[in-house]
Design a protein around this ligand. Structure first.
Ligand SMILES: C[S@@+](CC[C@H](N)C(=O)[O-])C[C@H]1O[C@@H](n2cnc3c(N)ncnc32)[C@H](O)[C@@H]1O
Length: 184
């Protein structure tokens, strides 16, 4: 995949590549790439011929995703909005991928939304609250969590919304461990 990274857009790193490994979509599946950044996740799904919608709160990320989709000769619809706020609740996705901001600190500007989820992890909690409205029956959601982002709170929230999860991949760094969850 060819990727250009626009200024103020999250450059793909370990978390992006951990998630990229599990992108395995069927032809025509409806896929949401939430927090698309450069579009790396959605573009892989589109290359597998999924029908992809990408969302980011950062307008530069939306432009970057559209640019990179063209670079890779795939079509992706991309919109700028806060989480699911731009979507009609009748839309359901077979797969939702979210490599979210996963550090428990306050975002200061649009770029820091790349990693800062709020001190109480509000962005991830709000995403999970809305998730049941947008996941199709038997649909799956893939999300990254971090030891630096109140993981116990997030796992509790998943149970509260009536979903189950499996840890399907993880990576340990000097100061942090990230895990990739499959939610269903
Ligand atoms: C860790 S980056 C991941 C980017 C890309 N998906 C990747 O894996 O490289 C998180 C992305 O989520 C976006 N984001 C943060 N808060 C958001 C929100 N409330 N609604 C939509 N996107 C959001 C950020 O702007 C950023 O592009």
């Amino acid at each position: 995949m060819k990727l250009k990274v626009f200024p103020q857009v999250y450059e793909p790193r370990e978390d992006s590549y951990l998630m990229l490994r599990v992108v395995n979509c069927k032809i025509g599946e409806k896929v949401l790439d939430m927090g698309c950044g450069t579009g790396i996740i959605g573009i892989k799904a589109a290359l597998q011929k999924a029908n992809v919608l990408a969302i980011d709160i950062n307008k530069q990320a939306v432009k970057n995703t559209i640019y990179n989709a063209k670079l890779n000769n795939v079509k992706i619809k991309a919109i700028a909005c806060n989480l699911f706020s731009g979507l009609n609740k009748t839309i359901k996705f077979n797969k939702i991928f979210f490599n979210p901001p996963y550090i428990a600190e306050e975002p200061k500007d649009i770029y820091t939304f790349s990693w800062a989820a709020g001190e109480k992890m509000q962005i991830v909690l709000e995403f999970l609250e809305e998730l049941p409205n947008f996941l199709s029956k038997n649909g799956k959601c893939y999300i990254i969590i971090s030891s630096c982002g109140k993981p116990e709170k997030i796992l509790r929230k998943i149970k509260e919304i009536g979903f189950c999860f499996n840890v399907i991949a993880s990576q340990r760094f000097f100061f942090e461990e990230i895990k990739l969850l499959e939610i269903f």
